[in-house]
Design a protein around this ligand. Structure first.
Ligand code: PRP
Ligand code: URA
Length: 209
C-alpha cells in the first residue's frame, strides 16, 4: 500500500491558514501556493534514490551524493496545478514538466479530459502529479489512468488540500501511489467543494472570479 503523508510542519500549516482566508489577494494566494508546494515537494522527494559521484573539492578528491539519474517529471493537472509548478521547480530546476488538461463538470462532478502532453521518455521518469485540490478524487484518478494508458507507472500525487472522500477513492483506485497532502480537511459539501477548503483553487490562483 502506498503512503498517505499529511504534512504537519508548523510553517506549512501557518501558510495554509492564510491561503484559506477569503480576503487573501490573488497575488498573495499565488505566492503562497508556490511556497506550500515547495515545502510539500521537499517531503515527497525524500525517498528519491541517490548515487555516488566522484568530485574534487579545492583540497582533495571525495565522493558526494547526487540524485540518481535526475529523471523527474512534474505533471500539473490544468489548470490549477500550474500554480504549484514554479515552487517545485525552484527545488528541482532541471525537472521536465508534462501537462494534463482536466476540468470537472459542475453538475456531475465527472472529470472532462482536454489535453495530454508529456516528455517522450516519461515512462523512465519518476512522476509527480500535482494539483492543489483532491476533492472527489475524480480528476486525480482520471489523470493517473491517462498516465497508465501511456505506460507510465512510477507516480506520486501531491496536493495542498484533500477531502477524506477523495483520498479513499484514490487509494482504492491506485493503492501503489504515494499521496502527499498539505492539509486533510473535513468533508465535501453537496457541490463537491472541500470544507473548510479554500474555495475554487483555479479561480483564486488566476483571479477569474
Ligand atoms: C479543481 C482542482 C482539481 C479538481 C478536484 O479543478 O484543481 O483538478 O477540481 O476535484 P475532484 O477531486 O472532485 O476531481 P477544476 O475542475 O475546478 O478545474 P480548473 O483547474 O481548470 O479550475
Ligand atoms: N476544486 C476546487 O478548486 N476546490 C474544491 O474545494 C474542490 C474542487
Amino acid at each position: 500500500m502506498g503512503k498517505v503523508v499529511v504534512m504537519d510542519h508548523p510553517l506549512l500549516q501557518h501558510k495554509i491558514g492564510i491561503l484559506r482566508r477569503k480576503e487573501t489577494s490573488t497575488k498573495d494566494f499565488r505566492e503562497l501556493v508556490n511556497e506550500i508546494a515547495e515545502l510539500i515537494y521537499y517531503e515527497a522527494s525524500r525517498d528519491l534514490p541517490l548515487a555516488d559521484k566522484e568530485i574534487e573539492t579545492p583540497l582533495c578528491k571525495t565522493t558526494v551524493k547526487e540524485i540518481a539519474g535526475k529523471k523527474l517529471c512534474i505533471v500539473p493537472i490544468l489548470r490549477a496545478g500550474i500554480g504549484l509548478c514554479d515552487g517545485i521547480l525552484r527545488m528541482n530546476p532541471s525537472a521536465k514538466v508534462g501537462h494534463i488538461g482536466m476540468y470537472r463538470n459542475e453538475e456531475t462532478l465527472e472529470p472532462i479530459e482536454y489535453f495530454y502532453k508529456l516528455p517522450s521518455d516519461a515512462a523512465d521518469r519518476d512522476i509527480f502529479v500535482v494539483d492543489p485540490m483532491l476533492a472527489t478524487g475524480g480528476s486525480a484518478i482520471a489523470a493517473i489512468k491517462m498516465l497508465h494508458n501511456h505506460g507510465i507507472q512510477r507516480i506520486r500525487f501531491l496536493c495542498l488540500i484533500a477531502a477524506p472522500e477523495g483520498v479513499k477513492k484514490l487509494q482504492e483506485a491506485f493503492p501503489e501511489v504515494d499521496i502527499y497532502i498539505g492539509a486533510m480537511d473535513e468533508r465535501l459539501n453537496e457541490k463537491g467543494y472541500i470544507l473548510p477548503g479554500l474555495g475554487d483553487a483555479g479561480d483564486r490562483i488566476f483571479g477569474t472570479k
